[in-house]
Ligand binder design. Structure first.
Ligand code: PCA
Length: 331
């Protein structure tokens, strides 16, 4: 039989419609707080591409870098309320909500990649439970490189930090300022360059990564490689949004997340050395802290840990003792 042109078109249209019906595409927005070139954001971009591929294009995730959609400390609430389906947060930002979020922001509890990884494992069950009660699901976490002190003068003891205008990114980094007699100002990473350029701050604690991203060397000369802690970013998803996906797409998300976690930790550790070199090349002095400065900072850390244990209660103690056990065990 010979089909007339009209019949052909109708046939093609109905075939397209049928394909469309079985191909429901979901779009997610993923707010993130760091620049597109940051290794965390690159990990996210790859994660989104992996999900796209493994789901056969059914789930499209758009990464919004550099706090362009929500400020760093607003991302968690956005995911919780469903304004964003998925997001990347800095866990320690939310320590005032629950101390469990701040376990990886305690100075000198875990200061190498190996021990930070063990701390992440010890923190995970409590974190998953806590996020679950808030209608969210943990997908993966990745550590920032070890935290050191950016400061506009040489320091040999905590007494030298008195009066500094100190940029804080979390309750714990504000607390450090209080304990050393500095003035804390909370500034998210996306606004840090400006805060330094305008003299709002002249010091802060963070990784080589953030010093590099924010061109800290243009305003501040010294970075003390204290290796005090390795805070983590976490990628979290709204549970309703996740549950609304079909099973194969859920599996694709979980697989891509597991891959992203492995990739992210590896890149973080590799880039740690790169950042230090790059900062030095830009004229920054990478300093080994004096024994006195380290001892003083450890004392500050001790106060903070004791305070955290008091606030975190039995759950916090269980977390730390699980960590201590695995950290003491031979690898
Ligand atoms: N960079 C982030 C958090 C920890 C880090 O290394 C920041 O400074 O905001």
């Amino acid at each position: 039989m010979k089909l007339r042109p009209f019949a052909l078109t109708a046939l093609a249209a109905s075939a397209l419609l049928a394909a469309g019906a079985s191909f429901a595409q979901t779009k997610w927005d993923l707010p993130a707080a760091y620049p597109a070139s940051n290794f965390h954001t690159e990990t996210l971009t790859q994660f989104a591409a992996d999900v796209d591929k493994a789901s056969g294009g059914k789930l499209k995730i758009t990464v919004h870098a550099n706090a362009s959609l929500f400020k760093a400390n607003e991302i968690k609430r956005a995911v919780q309320g469903g304004q964003a389906q998925i997001g990347e947060v800095l866990l320690v930002n939310f320590e005032n909500e629950n101390p469990i979020y701040g376990a990886d922001g305690l100075p000198f509890v875990a200061s190498s990649y190996a021990s930070a990884h063990k701390l992440a494992e010890a923190q995970k069950p409590a974190l998953e439970k806590l996020l679950g009660t808030q209608g969210m699901k943990l997908l993966y976490t990745v550590a920032w490189p070890p935290q050191g002190i950016y400061v506009n003068k040489e320091i040999t003891a905590v007494a030298d930090m008195k009066g500094l205008k100190w940029r804080a990114y979390s309750p714990a980094t504000s607390k450090i300022a209080e304990l050393v007699g500095a003035q804390p100002v909370t500034v998210q990473a996306a606004e840090l360059s400006q805060a330094m350029a305008t003299g709002v701050v002249n010091s802060y604690m963070s990784s080589g990564s953030t010093g590099y991203d924010t061109k800290t060397y243009e305003s501040i000369k010294y970075w003390y490689d204290v290796q005090a802690w390795l805070p983590k970013n976490a990628v979290i998803v709204n549970k309703k949004a996740f549950d609304a996906l079909d099973a194969p797409t859920q599996a694709a998300v979980l697989k891509a997340a597991a891959d992203a976690e492995i990739r992210g930790w590896k890149v973080s550790e590799e880039k740690n050395e790169f950042y230090k070199k790059a900062l030095a090349e830009k004229g920054m002095k990478i300093m080994t802290p004096s024994p006195k400065l380290v001892a003083d900072l450890r004392q500050v850390g001790g106060i903070m840990k004791a305070d955290w244990i008091k606030r975190a209660g039995p759950e916090g103690e269980a977390l730390l003792s699980a960590f201590d056990k695995s950290n003491a065990a031979k690898k």
